[in-house]
Design a protein around this ligand. Structure first.
Ligand SMILES: Nc1ncnc2c1ncn2[C@@H]1O[C@H](COP(=O)(O)OP(=O)(O)OP(=O)(O)O)[C@@H](O)[C@H]1O
Length: 241
């Protein structure tokens, strides 16, 4: 057991010379962590760094003690990421193939993978989806398939990058309930602090740096006040990039 689930020490990410994340230091082990920030502030880049999908340009990153960039196999057991658009992560034509794939990556036998896939579908009362063609499901249903694929792999940490974007209110409410019950730790990126009301900690990112980090009510108040102030200026000059 490592002292912090998430441990970043002066992490910078500078693709093609662009400073996207700058000296981010963060130690966190809370079960529910929210990340807010403006368009282009670096949230998705931070999510990708945390998941080990891109390497920091400098600094040190560990998830539960694992170097998730270098040790990709161990990383799969530590961290899963749910992208904003399910179509960016779905590879296979049917639901059961999609869910089984991650399990075979974890070196489960085909029989074990099939059993675990059946288990997770049953847990969500979706056993009848097993042979369904993913492209025939709605966006919310595809998002649920992606989440089931991640949950089947049982990572300790799941990163959610604007998981509610494009979902209608009932689907969002359903997904909220599902996420609430998830045992894994969550890092949830969103533009709407209301989604984080019950969370343990909120981190506000701006221009690739942490500008506030703490209890949800306090960070929400400061974030909303600044967003309103910028919004009232009624132009796009503040938009980064
Ligand atoms: N590989 C890259 N090369 C160059 N610039 C990049 C790269 N990846 C991200 N950026 C830039 O870094 C900034 C942060 O992007 P990122 O997608 O992380 O922001 P975000 O906070 O998730 O934004 P949004 O809320 O709009 O999704 C943007 O200006 C983006 O253009």
């Amino acid at each position: 057991m490592h002292p912090f689930l998430i441990d970043l020490d002066k992490v910078s990410y500078t693709p093609e010379g662009t400073s996207v994340l700058c000296d981010v230091t963060l130690q966190a082990s809370e079960r529910r962590i929210g990340i807010v920030g403006r368009n282009g502030s670096g949230k998705t880049s931070l999510a990708r760094v945390l998941a080990g999908l891109v390497a920091p340009s400098s600094g040190k990153l560990r998830i539960n003690g694992v170097d998730v960039v270098k040790d990709r196999k161990a990383a799969l057991r530590q961290v899963g990421i749910l992208f904003q658009n399910p179509d960016h992560q779905i590879i296979f034509p049917t639901v059961e193939e999609e869910i089984s794939f991650g399990l075979t990556q974890l070196k489960h036998t085909p029989k074990e993978a099939a059993e675990r896939t059946a288990d997770i579908l049953a847990r969500f009362n979706r056993s009848h989806w097993a042979k369904a063609a993913i492209h025939q499901l709605s966006q919310g249903q595809r998002q649920l398939v992606c989440l089931m694929s991640i949950l089947a792999m049982q990572p300790r940490l799941i990163i959610l990058d604007e998981p509610f974007a494009g979902l209608d209110i009932p689907t969002m409410m359903h997904l909220t309930r599902v996420l609430h019950a998830v045992e894994a730790h969550l890092v949830h990126i969103t533009h709407d602090p209301a989604h984080l009301a019950t969370y343990d900690r909120m981190i506000w990112i701006d221009q690739g740096q942490i500008v506030q980090d703490g209890a949800v009510p306090r960070v929400t108040q400061a974030f909303v006040a600044q967003m309103q102030e910028i919004g009232e200026s009624d132009d796009f000059t503040h938009l980064p990039g």
